[in-house]
Design a protein around this ligand. Structure first.
Ligand SMILES: Cc1cc2nc3c(=O)[nH]c(=O)nc-3n(C[C@H](O)[C@H](O)[C@H](O)COP(=O)(O)OP(=O)(O)OC[C@H]3O[C@@H](n4cnc5c(N)ncnc54)[C@H](O)[C@@H]3O)c2cc1C
Length: 402
């Protein structure tokens, strides 16, 4: 399992055909996982994934790799727990080393109100299958000795929750593992082909227009990450999605071991250590909606200040790299998966700042929907029609950016 994927990986490229049973727009984790599960679980392999750049070049290769199920509402806890479990077995299933590591995730409380929030999180998680417990300051210090429990005298740590199955995995390896697994079974993955329009017959989507010509499809799935609103508009759909940039950064090597993933909603940052020993730090989205991939000093300054409040050792480190992705934010912080009301056109979107962890479960469930035509129970609450039916899934456990 520890063999480098670069030595084993076998990707086979094809010339695009003029028609497929299923065309998936977007070669990020969600598009590729759906293709993988279509092939492995349903034997559907006449599938093309069209990626206008390179696979994993979107958010799936830009995220901070946190995997967790400690969400705030039953529907989300059940769904993300399924993904946590699929991730736990993904290396064995794909025979690829995705560097999956269970680290445990600490969510810190600094006020009485936040303590109640973390207790509630632990309760709802336990009730719906995720392993989260309430922890007191002494237990927190044992889990993460580097924390300044006084919060620099301003943000004292008064409690928190601990999600034992919280994990990380190397993001581009996840993308490659799904791509390779799908391709080995006959799926065509096409890089550098952009979808520029949708083919319609009456009200039905019958394929895609691309910069390499038209491609007919029985079903078109949009898995186009932050660019979904443009694609959906081609089918006459207006989605409740805003695209916001999200930045993250890493420091140079930190000599000590930093085991857990640490998050604070009040201070709006989270931190973990990469396999190379760098400290990886993320924060909130940029407030202004935009498609910009620019990263800036303001985020570095404000986020580092907050992070150092709890983790003073960060003062001695240097920022090595900073980057940005563009996130498809839904108004209730929950994903949107399934049918759209336009025949032949499905979506998987609203993955915002939290969709890396969802890749296996969303791929599995979307594949089942495409294969059977029936929306699986696990994702039924997350349909687009929830907004029209006043059944939104506001989830405080989803905010906080990872
Ligand atoms: C800085 C940052 C940190 C994050 N941290 C976490 C985290 O810790 N945990 C977590 O769970 N989530 C996290 N996320 C969110 C997560 O990365 C995303 O939700 C997830 O990767 C979305 O995957 P996707 O497949 O939907 O989109 P993407 O990976 O963005 O893939 C979409 C693809 O579609 C392609 N595309 C778009 N339009 C077209 C077109 N017209 N034709 C062809 N191709 C097209 C794009 O080029 C892109 O490659 C983070 C995101 C960012 C930016």
């Amino acid at each position: 399992m520890n063999e480098f994927i670069e030595r084993k990986v076998q990707l086979t490229w094809h010339t695009p055909k003029r028609a497929y049973d299923v065309v998936i727009v977007g070669g990020g984790g969600h598009g590729l996982a759906t293709a993988y599960y279509l092939a492995t679980r349903h034997g559907i392999t006449n599938v093309a994934v069209l990626e206008r750049s390179y696979i994993g070049g979107g958010n799936s290769g830009r995220n901070t790799t946190v995997i967790r199920a400690n969400y705030g509402i039953p529907e989300a806890v059940r769904f993300y727990q399924r993904s946590v479990e699929l991730y736990q077995h993904l290396e064995q299933e794909t025979d690829r080393w995705i560097m999956h590591k269970a680290k445990g995730l600490l969510w810190l409380a600094h006020t009485e109100a936040a303590i109640r929030g973390e207790r509630a999180r632990a309760e709802v998680n336990t009730a719906f299958g995720a392993k989260t417990t309430y922890v007191d300051p002494q237990q927190i210090k044992e889990i993460c000795p580097q924390l300044d429990m006084t919060g620099a005298g301003v943000w004292p740590i008064v409690g928190g929750s601990y999600h034992a199955e919280g994990a990380t995995a190397r993001h581009d390896r996840v993308v490659w593992a799904f791509a390779e697994g799908a391709m080995q079974r006959g799926v065509h993955v096409h890089q550098r082909i952009a979808v520029t329009g949708l083919l319609m017959e009456g009200d039905r989507v019958t394929g895609v227009q691309t910069d390499a010509g038209p491609i007919a499809a029985g079903i078109v799935l949009s898995a186009a990450g932050g660019h979904v609103t443009g694609l959906a508009a081609m089918a006459g759909l207006r989605l409740p999605i805003r695209t916001h940039p999200l930045q993250a950064y890493v420091t140079n090597h930190y000599a000590q071991q930093f085991d857990a993933i640490v998050a604070s909603t009040s201070l709006l940052f989270y931190a973990s250590q990469t396999a190379r020993g760098e400290m990886l730090i993320g924060a909130e989205i940029d407030r202004q909606p935009s498609y910009s991939y620019r990263s800036g000093h303001h985020l570095l300054q404000s986020c580092s200040h907050r992070a150092m409040t709890l983790l003073p050792f960060l003062r001695d480190l240097r920022v090595l790299r900073q980057w940005t992705g563009v996130c498809d934010m839904s108004p209730d912080y929950s994903p949107i998966m399934g049918k759209t009301g336009v025949d032949g056109f499905y979506i998987t979107t609203g993955w915002g700042t939290w969709g890396f962890k969802a890749i296996p479960a969303s791929g599995e469930q979307m594949a089942q929907l495409i294969a059977t035509g029936d929306t699986p129970e696990l994702i039924a609450p997350f349909g687009l029609d929830r907004f029209a039916k006043d059944r939104t899934l506001a989830d405080r456990g989803s905010s906080g950016t990872h």
